[in-house]
Design a protein around this ligand. Structure first.
Ligand code: AMP
Length: 217
């Protein structure tokens, strides 16, 4: 069973590798960032609460985020594995998941952490363009779409995320170091932690991560 957490700082390449993993291993992709962006574009009460917080680069409160993930993990498609992308991001979220997972027969059994030096993160974030429809991610220099400004996967017009600016990035990175990095020790203590270097390029990275997932299946 693959019940996976994918973690790493903003711009490390989580979304790109997540898409490859879920396609190859046929897992539901649970991205809390995507779920919040969807709620914002639909104008739901959750979206209205989260919009300003996310655009400024801050973390959505734990209670809201935990509830969202709880509802999602209970759905039938998570019975034979899942990939959590961007959750947990705080110790209280990790504690909540540690209590929830086993109680619903879906405990996390693997944590994949991808790291990249700070300078590289900023250039990845500044050049990132995303598809608002299918969530695919590109870069104006490193990972150009076949047609300028158009999504390779679904043909929609690419956009720049509102939180992919220098000010919000700074806040996101600070939040990562303060709130999310402590999860490394948390998951090392659980014996679930696996580190990967995000500088090797997305093809090599996917090969390395796939190897671990095949061995863990
Ligand atoms: P991401 O797409 O993973 O970069 O997430 C975008 C934004 O959504 C983050 O900067 C946060 O504002 C919010 N968000 C996503 N996941 C979480 C989480 N687990 N806890 C709190 N906020 C989150």
């Amino acid at each position: 069973m693959l019940n996976i957490i994918l973690m790493g700082p903003p711009g490390a390449g989580k979304g790109t590798i997540a898409k490859k993993i879920v396609d190859a291993f046929e897992l539901p992709h649970i991205s809390t960032g995507d779920m919040f962006r969807e709620a914002i574009s639909q104008g739901t009460p959750l979206g209205l609460q989260a919009k300003a917080i996310i655009e400024a680069g801050n973390l959505v409160p734990d209670e809201l985020t935990i509830e969202l993930v709880k509802e999602r993990l209970l759905k039938d498609d998570c019975a034979s594995g899942y990939l959590l992308d961007g959750f947990p991001r705080t110790i209280p979220q990790a504690e909540a998941l540690k209590a929830l997972g086993p109680s619903i027969g879906r405990p996390v059994n693997l944590v994949v952490d991808i790291t990249v030096p700070d300078e590289e993160l900023l250039s990845r974030i500044a050049g990132r363009r995303v598809c608002p429809k299918c969530g695919a991610s590109f870069h104006v220099v490193n990972m150009k779409p076949r047609l300028d400004g158009i999504c390779d996967r679904c043909g929609s017009t690419l956009i720049q995320r509102k939180d992919d600016n220098a000010d919000s990035f700074k806040v996101r990175l600070e939040n990562y170091y303060k709130s999310t990095q402590p999860l490394v020790d948390f998951y090392k203590a659980e014996g679930l932690y696996h580190h990967f270097d995000g500088m090797v390029g997305h093809i090599a990275l996917f090969e390395e991560v796939s190897k671990l997932l095949k061995e863990s299946k």
